[in-house]
Design a protein around this ligand. Sequence first.
Ligand code: SF4
Length: 224
Amino acid sequence: MDANRKKTLQLSISRTMRNLEANNMNAAYAETKEDALKLVKALIPSSAMTASGGSVTLEECGIMRFLREETNYIDRYGKGIDKEEQRRRDGLIFLSDWYLASANAITEHGEIYQVDGRSNRISNLAFGPSKVIIVAGYNKIVPDLSSAVIRVKTVAAPANAVRLCRDTYCAKKGICVSPRHDEADLMCHADCGDDTICRNTLVMKRQQEKGRITVIIVGEELGY
Ligand code: SF4
């Protein structure tokens, strides 16, 4: 990366971390995805009961592999898990020690913006598991919530809809059916289709329990 761009990016990351801390979240920086994995390993004891949301970022960092192979990971995504068993595991995940996910966007004001289809991820992020770790590449940082909404509608959701083989407008066109940000366009529209991955939205601002959430920002582009 160009040295000038790197300098302004570091300033943006510092602003974001400072404001996350002001919102009662721990903030850490990892230069590479390998460093992010080391940080996660240092935080989570091997005996811990862990769980995660589906995440390309966690896969790219090798964190999913670590969780599956070296912790007591509650897997709700494995093959052969029917709806009833998934529901049972969702109950266990609610009581787990550590929950890991990435973010759809993180604002420089120290807010985390998440949009879900099923919404198991945003439920666990908001309340339930004792500790939460959010890992995100620098590409998830945006100036404010308006930019976060646009980021999801133009980058994150279309790519995730393709990844998850959803029959949505954005999977076909590469952009949301309503790629704007105003009150009328914040949530999913009926003409997006029943396969929508934008049913519920979570904005994580100042947390009541200081330090429940740790955000690791990585100096690499990860996920979408
Ligand atoms: S509301 Fe529908 S079309 Fe828009 S990003 Fe979400 S899934 Fe895609």
